[in-house]
Design a protein around this ligand. Structure first.
Ligand code: TGC
Ligand code: FAD
Length: 398
């Protein structure tokens, strides 16, 4: 009786009963409510975020690993496994959940005032309010410390005066459909990125606009936009009260990168299972493609990488649940699991040959999506440098 790649690794035994139950619920939702629509959404280059968000809220996955304010308070492993099932459907759907829960909600949950938390988190957990996270700028992606978006006090020196924000953010997931944007901006409270502060910006504030970025060839089942801040006036209470500098946004990236460690395994698993099923049914020279040695060599090598990625994800999940997970360990997972997932997707595509280039099968959609996943939340090169710094003590970013 053939086994699935992950059955060979017996990874189920490493997952607790409650985490498995949550995972299975998300998997069923993704199979029934998401997968049937993906080819159409991907082809259209659009996804009905407004309709999907309340469904995801009812499923309990928005900010699911946060405590209080209507969030489910699950384990970190359960959150990772949910990302895995959502990304087995499509990276764009996992992105929607990551940006909402790990970036926008986490930022408010971790750094916001009590008033900001009460105002936004319960509605965001329910999917009634959609959030986005504006860190990247047209000229500053990997190096956010150089950002040019500025926040200045209307009356300099007056702690209670309004803030005025101006600048442009680029490549912002869900910005065009968001109700609230967490925007990171340079203030005059410090040099070299030390004065960066976070702001909670309702998107109906005058001067805020978020045009859609069109013609993406990757992550097409996801809405991406710019954020243009044209002297956006906000009350003094709009800034996160305590946090200063890059550690504010980078602490949120840790959460989202952690979800990607698991998510990439989901995309790769879906590719590999599709390729195995295809190879079993496709006859070449009067026998199944699955019966040829070259096919089996490919499947065996990909299974090894998938299983190792899964073990790495579960290990990082265990560390996060213990409260000891370090950023450089998340980089190990993001770098390895996305890099291997994209390699698996491309190799699986060769097994399907021509059929693999269509949307009838999920493989090339995953491969295209993973190009974005390889780039966002820290490019592979950035994660290599983070790991290099951990190994040598030398920062080689600059
Ligand atoms: P550096 O001097 O190393 O650090 C500045 C301050 O930040 C602290 N820090 C961290 N804090 C929490 N978590 C981390 N991972 C941290 N890394 C550093 C650090 O301790 C320091 O604190 P303090 O108190 O001393 O000021 O910063 P650097 O300017 O040298 O930059 C380091 C580098 C390159 C690693 C960082 O800039 C980086 O990670 N760049 C990549 C940017 C990135 O990943 N952007 C992602 C944007 S969001 C997105 O892509 C969403 S995609 C949609 C989806 O998720 O689905
Ligand atoms: P650059 O930083 O210009 O990098 C160009 C090249 O230089 C890369 O190969 C990079 O690895 C390399 N490089 C950079 N630094 C070094 C170095 N020190 N040494 C050697 N090589 C280096 N951002 C948000 O803030 N919010 C979002 O919601 C969001 N969603 C996104 C959705 C999509 C679909 C995409 C594609 C991106 C999204 N991003 C978002 C932006 C993403 O985080 C950035 O694209 C990413 O951080 C890289 O920045 P960049 O594209 O400007 O590349």
């Amino acid at each position: 009786m053939p086994q699935t790649p992950l059955e060979l690794f017996a990874t189920e035994a490493l997952i607790g009963e409650e985490d498995r139950a949550i995972r299975d619920t998300v998997r069923t939702f993704a199979e029934k409510e998401i997968k049937p629509h993906l080819a159409d959404w991907f082809e259209a280059g659009d996804v009905p975020v407004r309709e999907l968000a309340p469904e995801l809220g009812r499923l309990g996955v928005l900010g699911m690993h946060l405590e209080g304010y209507g969030c489910a308070g699950t384990s970190a492993t359960a959150y990772g496994l949910a990302c895995m099932e959502l990304e087995a459907a499509d990276s764009g759907i996992r992105s929607l959940v990551s940006v909402q829960g790990s970036l926008a909600m986490f930022a408010i949950w971790k750094w916001g005032s009590e008033e900001q938390k009460q105002e936004w988190l319960p509605r965001m957990a329910a999917g009634e309010a959609i959030g986005c996270f504006g860190l990247t700028e047209p000229d500053f992606g990997s190096n956010p410390a150089g950002m040019r978006t500025r926040a200045r006090r209307d009356a300099p020196g007056d702690e209670n005066s309004d803030w005025i924000l101006s600048g442009t953010k680029m490549w912002i997931t869900n910005a065009p459909v968001a109700d609230v944007a967490v925007v990171w901006a340079q203030t005059d409270e410090g040099e070299n990125g030390k004065g960066i502060r976070g702001f909670v910006v309702p998107t109906d504030t005058p001067g805020f606009s978020a045009p859609v970025i069109k013609q993406k060839l990757s992550l097409r089942a996801s809405v991406t936009g710019e954020i243009v801040l044209d002297d956006v006036r906000l009350p003094g209470s709009a800034a996160f009260p305590e946090v200063r500098g890059l550690k504010g946004p980078l602490s949120c990236l840790n959460e989202a990168r952690y979800g990607i460690v698991f998510g990439a395994v989901g995309a790769a698993r879906d590719c590999l299972e599709s390729a195995i099923a295809y190879a079993a049914s496709r006859e070449i020279y009067d026998k199944p493609l699955a019966g040829f040695q070259i096919t089996q060599t490919k499947l065996a090598d990909m299974t090894l990488e998938l299983g190792k990625s899964m073990l790495l994800a579960l290990q990082l999940g265990r560390l996060k649940d213990e409260g000891t997970l370090r950023p450089e360990q998340i980089s190990l997972g993001k770098l390895n699991n996305v890099r291997e997932a994209i390699a698996i997707a491309r190799e699986c595509r060769t097994i399907l040959a021509a059929a693999g280039v269509t949307l009838e099968y999920p493989i090339m959609r995953h491969a295209n999506n993973l190009e974005s996943v390889l780039t966002y939340e820290g490019t592979s090169e950035v994660h290599q440098l983070i790991i290099g710094q951990a190994l040598t003590g030398e920062a080689a970013f600059r």
